[in-house]
Design a protein around this ligand. Structure first.
Ligand SMILES: *Cc1c(COP(=O)(O)O)cnc(C)c1O
Length: 443
């Protein structure tokens, strides 16, 4: 046994049931079984050469923008040339009238929530499987996040459950296009129109996605994007918020900039209360350069993710990531689900076996739905307390919240990394690895 094998085995024995080692995993006695053996049991990995890594994501365009910046005598965003360039580039793929850059996706969402006047005790329906930044602004405005359940394979809001969660206090819906897979915007817009609700699209994972041929973010009242380092395009940290709405539009800048209405007719003076969510020119310079790369990044990820779906769809016990045929999903990551009854091994074993095959795979995404996090379970948002509940403006009790499908998604999902430096050959090999592991582990 080589040293590598022994390391693999030690790690394996230390962290799992050891069933695989005990030989319970049948190789079926087929001819050529050794070649077909799982890599985790010493067979050859399905992916030769391992997972391609993401190369440095910036280059000449970023450098040119940053050099231009060094000739500026101000790095402040207001009327800054880098900010103006970012706004222009943003509109090329998300053609909305009012566009404001800010410090994060969380900030973009908070600005949207504040600009449409959501406040004390108002309810905002959203997804429990998302970054906590989706609801931070809602809570800071003293409004109440209400979690609706998700489609079992889109991992996006289930329109019927959203409708069940609407009450006279509901003011908005925040659809999260999880992993860059567009939500059912027609269904949500119909609901929003019928109940007079604001639609705030969380596009943080969805740069370059298309809903029914339209750029993501252009169906709802607001589009909110993140430029954080893990997203498709980035300047380290940053965000964009945009709208076509004539009342909300002029307020984006104000709610992102301490309530100061720069350029508004009434001039100075604080007509609104808001925090400082500004982006500065160096971030705008990098973000504007990154947007020149977006179409190629989005198109590559869309093609690779769709290819994976096509190849793994026939595998028994596995359901691929569901994307509507009219949409372009951009796979911030890919996630399929396993049917636990179809396999003799745990999801963790399945993911571990995939990694041995050379596939970048992880069991699950976030550990629990947002409402399961201690800060929600304890309702401890403001110095350990939650004023709206103490004052009787909501009876929300997150310890009673249940979204069964969301919980099942988090327990049975296997996440596959997809990025623009990967090739179709890698995806085909990854699909073979999934088939191989599923076959060996089948119940
Ligand atoms: C990243 C992310 C956010 C928050 O963005 P930040 O820039 O990290 O504040 C919000 N929602 C979703 C779905 C995200 O993925």
């Amino acid at each position: 046994m080589s040293r590598d094998d022994s390391i693999t085995r030690r790690r394996f024995v230390g962290s799992t049931s050891g069933l695989l080692l005990a030989g319970a995993l049948s190789s079926g006695g087929r001819a050529g079984a050794a070649e077909d053996e799982l890599a985790i049991r010493g067979g050859p990995p399905a992916v030769s050469g391992g997972t391609p890594s993401l190369p440095v994501r910036w280059g000449d365009t970023e450098r040119e923008h940053l050099e231009a910046l060094l000739r500026q005598n101000s790095l402040f965003y207001w009327r800054g040339p880098q900010t103006e360039r970012l706004t222009e580039r943003f509109r090329e793929f998300c053609p909305l009238k009012y566009v404001h850059n800010c410090s994060s996706g969380t900030a973009a969402l908070h600005i949207a929530v504040a600009a449409c006047g959501i406040g004390l005790g108002d309810e905002v329906i959203t997804s429990p499987i998302t970054d906590i930044g989706t609801v931070i602004g809602v809570l800071y405005q003293q409004a109440v996040p209400v979690f609706a359940d998700l489609g079992p394979h889109t991992y996006n809001l289930d329109v019927a459950d959203v409708e069940r969660k609407i009450t006279p206090r509901t003011k908005a819906i925040i659809p999260v296009h999880l992993t860059g897979n567009p939500c059912d915007m027609a269904g949500l817009k119909e609901l929003a129109d019928r109940h007079d609700l604001v639609l705030i699209e969380d596009c943080c994972q969805a740069w370059g996605a298309h809903y029914h041929g339209q750029p993501i973010g252009t169906v709802g009242h607001f589009a909110c994007f993140s430029l954080q380092n893990s997203k498709h395009v980035t300047c380290g940290d940053g965000g964009m918020v945009a709208t076509n709405h004539e009342d909300y539009g002029p307020l984006l800048q104000r709610f992102g900039d301490k309530g100061a209405g720069r350029g508004l007719r009434e001039g100075g003076g604080f007509h609104a209360f808001a925090t400082n969510y500004r982006m500065s020119e160096p971030q705008a310079a990098v973000a504007a350069a990154q947007l020149t790369r977006l179409e190629s990044i989005a198109a590559t990820r869309a093609k690779l993710g769709d290819l994976l779906t096509e190849k793994i769809a026939p595998i028994p016990g596995i359901t691929p990531h569901q994307v509507e045929p009219e949409d372009r999903a951009v796979y911030w990551f890919y996630m399929f689900r396993i049917d636990p009854d179809a396999f003799n091994y745990s999801r963790a074993d399945f993911a571990r076996a995939l990694r041995s095959e050379g596939v970048a795979a992880q069991a699950g995404y976030i550990g629990v739905p947002l409402y399961g996090e201690p800060v929600f379970q304890n309702h401890g948002f403001f110095a350990g307390r939650w004023p709206v509940r103490e004052f009787g403006l909501t009876d929300m009790d997150y310890s009673q919240t249940r979204c069964p499908e969301s919980e099942a998604i988090l327990q049975t999902g296997i996440r596959i990394t997809i990025h623009e430096a990967m090739t179709e050959d890698y995806i085909l090999a990854a699909a073979r690895a999934i088939e191989k592991v599923a076959r060996h582990m089948a119940a």
